[in-house]
Structures are given as structure tokens and as C-alpha cells.
Design a protein around this ligand. Sequence first.
Ligand code: R5P
Length: 290
Amino acid sequence: MPDLDAAKDAKKFYEDVPMVTPGFFLKGSGALDWGMKNRLARIFSPESGRTVMLAIDHGYFQGPTTGLERIDLNIVPLIPYCDALMLTRGILRTTIAPAYQKPIVIRASGGPSVLKELSNEELAIDIEDVARLNVSMMAIQVFVGGEFETRSVHNMTRLVDMGLRYGIPVMAVTAVGREMVRDAKYFRLACRMCAELGAHVIKTYYVPEGFDTITASCPVPIVMAGGKKLPELDALTMAYNAVQEGASGVDMGRNIFQSDAPVAMIQAVRGVVHKNMKPAEALELYKSLR
Ligand code: R5P
């Protein structure tokens, strides 16, 4: 019988014992090839070991999301403050200047819109175009427990195989259906599955109970997804708790670009992620910059 993770109390996650990765600063990445490591070191700061990725790829399934109606006006001013930009190739080619210097994390899956079953995705870019665009990492949705779970996992493993051929890492995004429970038990399952099947980085949601067991049981770096817009202090607190509990940074969208002052908010998030700034201190920074 498979272990369905019923007895969490019997498990030992050793949350307070960091995993050692000889040869590289990023968890579980020591045995990767030079090109992979170099791309990851463009996204994650070798000094802090963390990243502030700005996610603006929402339009790939929900069209012009609030705050992303005009990326040229709303997002381009934020670029100096992010460590990496996560977006689609359509927005990259149309709206981001080729002189842009920071790493690109490209949306590599797609298909269904918000009007349909979201887990029914396919790969949505060819690896040659990824290389042509000088991409540093590919991002793909994985719907563990979703209707098309196997398809989305298979999309990820195919993308990992393509990425390995070209030295381009893959970030698996643990997508949660509307009806599904978002708790540590679910995210431990989803994150660990993605890592076991080859993802180099996992993007997942913060949960207030047991997030450290998710990071401890995942052998590759985890970045925290932002989710729906929260009051600024709550979003900064969530990011603070995530990095203190083992996340290697954040990949946030709405909590930055839907803020009243996105340029101030992204700088406050940077303080939390790279300088371990406490949430109240980061909120003061936000207020002083807005
Ligand atoms: C959603 O599927 C996209 O991958 C977004 O990039 C992701 O949800 C992060 O954006 P947000 O912080 O707005 O949740």
C-alpha cells in the first residue's frame, strides 16, 4: 500500500537542519552543469542565496489582469528593482527592450483560458525559441491532484529533458485547483513530486502551518508565490515568514503590481528577502518610498 502521508507526526523533517550542497550556493544544485549553475546564479543572488522574481505572466490564461493592462506603463518602471522577470514570450518580444539586462524566466506552458479546465495545459514554447530569447529558466504549471495531473507532470518531465540538453533550468509551479485544500500536506506532496521528477526550482504557496516542512522535504530551492492581493503588511509578513522558514525568495505578482505604490512595494519586498528586514520595518520603508 502506498503511504498516503496520514501520519505526519511519525515523519521527521529536521526543519532546523539545512541541507548541505557542496560546490554551489543553491540547495540541491551542486551537481548541475556549468550553464545551469550560471543561469541560476543570475536569478538567485550568490550573496543572499535568494531572489525577488517579478511574475507578470498572468495574461497567458486570464488576459489583461488588473495591474497588467499596460505592461509598458505599469511594469517597465519596476524592472530596475527585480532580480528576474517571469513572463510570456509574447510580452517579452513586444514590450521589453532587448537591452534589458536581467534574467528572463519564460512561461513555457499554456492552452486553456480561465473559461476552461486550467489543468489541461500543453507545452507552449519550443526549446530553440527559449535559447533564442536568452532565457535563464523555464516555468511550467504542474497540477498535482488536478483533472489533467498526469499530462501536466509529463509536460514538466519533457521540459526538464529539453532543458538538460541546453543547460536551462526548469521551475515547476504547483498549481492548485479552486476546490483543492491548500495545506502543508498537499504542498509537501506537490513540491516533492516535482523535485523528484527533475524540476530545478519549485514555486509554491505559503501556508501558515508547516511551511518549513515543505521546504525541508524538498531537495531543490523553493520560491514563494504571492497569490491574491493582500494588505501590504500582510504580504510583507507572508514573504518574511516564507524566507525565514526556508524559501529561497519569492516570485510575486499581484501583491506588487496591484499595490497602490508598486515601486515602493517591490523595494520593501527586497528588504525582507535580501536583508531579512522585519515586516514592520519593511512597511515603514514602503510608506517612506510611496
Ligand atoms: C499563475 O499561474 C502565474 O504563474 C503567476 O505568475 C503566479 O500566480 C504568481 O503571481 P501572483 O503572485 O500574482 O500569484
